[in-house]
Write a protein that binds this ligand. Structure first.
Ligand SMILES: [Zn+2]
Length: 299
């Protein structure tokens, strides 16, 4: 065995900040409970827009040093969540942020979107076979909202999960390992609608220029499609999630129960996180929601 705790959770994300927005409570909770929580981030987010004016010079069209700056932000965010195992796919800078869909950055050399899926997946197979996680969390096939790096992260994660279990595949990357459960990040429509209603009700108290819409939230699905919900009884981990999001200061502005990305559109900060089980057996009877991603895996 690999000497790690009995419960092991792996998350695959596209850019630094996605993990804190989508899974901050989940990561903080399982880390605090003694599970091994590992994050693989596929790019450095070099093409991100920058919120603080004093850091605008880091941008891709100026100094082009945002990537290394965001390595530091991710480190601070992981410290807030209590997560010590965070890595970049193939090492920092191996794959570059591909920019928004339809931009010329999609196809430049090194762009994650232009990467060969099998080649990129091999890096992740090595991590899976080393850590031997029972649970994998990543995006749905649209990457939640259509960003090329999110779509590619989904493809690479799903491909790597399949290859990691194949006995004949690349034994130089470790002993085969079958992941028991795979989840995609989701948000139930009722939760998004309730969150934006709360935001509109706060009205002038919301310190952002404008309010976003449910369309700004990735991975929204009908409630019945959501199969797992990680709550935060007593808001134990909400503060850690907000602090982790705040650590991504070039990308996220957090204020109380709300936050905004560089588009300045206020969104609700969700302190419950939701998932759809897409591979493996649920740990609860049909029709019920799981409240533990490890339910039924026998650890
Ligand atoms: Zn992203």
């Amino acid at each position: 065995m690999n000497g790690l705790p009995a419960r092991r959770l792996l998350l695959v994300h596209a850019h630094p900040d996605d993990e804190s927005i989508n899974n901050g409570v989940t990561m903080a909770k399982y880390a605090a409970e003694g599970a091994h929580v590992a994050l693989v981030t596929c790019t450095l987010g070099e093409e991100g827009e920058i919120i603080p004016p004093e850091l605008a010079h880091l941008a891709a069209d100026r100094d082009d040093t945002l990537g290394s700056h965001r390595i530091g932000e991710l480190g601070l965010a992981m410290a807030e969540l209590g997560v010590t195992d965070h890595r970049f796919l193939g090492g920092p800078g191996r794959y570059r942020d591909s920019g928004m869909m339809g931009t010329e950055q999609n196809h430049r050399p090194g762009a994650f979107w232009a990467a060969d899926v099998d080649e990129a997946a091999a890096h992740l197979v090595e991590v899976i076979r080393e850590l031997r996680p029972q649970v994998l969390v990543t995006y749905d096939p649209q990457g939640g909202y259509g960003h090329p790096d999110h779509i590619q992260a989904h493809r690479v994660a799903m491909r790597a999960a399949a290859l990691a279990g194949e006995k004949a595949y690349r034994r130089d990357l470790g002993e085969p390992h079958e992941i028991a459960k795979i989840y995609w990040n989701r948000v139930p429509r009722s939760v998004v609608e309730e969150g934006f209603a709360r935001l509109r009700a706060a009205g002038a108290d919301v310190p952002f220029p404008a309010v976003g819409s449910p369309d700004d939230v990735p991975g929204v699905v009908p409630d019945e499609q959501v199969t797992a919900e990680i709550g935060d009884e007593g808001e134990k981990y909400a503060a850690a999630k907000a602090a982790a999001m705040r650590a991504h200061a070039t990308q996220i502005a957090v204020d109380g129960a709300f936050f905004a990305l560089s588009n300045d559109l206020a969104q609700p900060l969700f302190t419950r996180e939701y998932y759809e089980l897409v591979a493996g057996r649920p740990g609860v009877p049909a029709g019920e929601r799981e409240h533990d991603l490890f339910a039924g895996v026998g650890v």
